[in-house]
Design a protein around this ligand. Structure first.
Ligand code: FES
Length: 128
C-alpha cells in the first residue's frame, strides 16, 4: 500500500488557498518545536462565518496537505463549527495519514484555533 493517500498527494501537489490575506480579521501561527515546521492561517470573517481563508506553511508534505484540507473544511463555516475542527477530522478527510505524520495535522488544528483566539482577543467575541 502506498504510504500516502491520493488525497494527501493531491493536496500536497495542488494545495488550495495558499497565500496571505492582507486585511485578515484573524491570524494564527503555530510551530512544532521538534520538526521545526511552521503554519500560518489567515481568516476573513463575516457574520461569524469564515468567508475566506488562506495559509502559508513552511513544512513537510503532510503539513501542506493538512493545511490545504483544513482550509477547505472551514471555508464558509460558522465559527462555532470551525472551533470544533479536530486534527482527526483533517486526517480523515485526507483518507488518513501515517501514524508518525499525525502531528502534521495537529498543526492545522492548532493554527486554526490560534486564529480563533486572535479573533476573540481582537473583537471580544466568543467563538465557541
Ligand atoms: Fe512536522 Fe510534518 S514533519 S509538521
Amino acid at each position: 500500500m502506498a504510504l500516502y493517500s491520493e488525497k494527501v498527494m493531491d493536496h500536497f501537489r495542488n494545495p488550495r488557498n495558499v497565500g496571505v490575506i492582507e486585511d485578515a480579521d484573524a491570524v494564527g501561527e503555530v510551530g512544532n518545536a521538534k520538526c521545526g515546521d511552521i503554519m500560518k492561517m489567515y481568516l476573513k470573517i463575516d457574520n461569524d462565518t469564515v468567508s475566506d481563508v488562506k495559509f502559508e506553511t513552511f513544512g513537510c508534505g503532510s503539513a501542506i496537505a493538512s493545511s490545504s484540507m483544513a482550509t477547505e473544511l472551514i471555508k464558509g463555516k460558522p465559527l462555532s463549527e470551525v472551533r470544533k475542527l479536530t486534527n482527526k477530522a483533517v486526517a480523515e478527510a485526507l483518507d488518513g495519514l501515517p501514524d508518525y505524520k499525525m502531528h502534521c495535522s495537529v498543526l492545522a488544528e492548532e493554527a486554526i484555533h490560534a486564529a480563533l483566539d486572535d479573533y476573540e482577543s481582537r473583537t471580544g467575541k466568543k467563538t465557541e
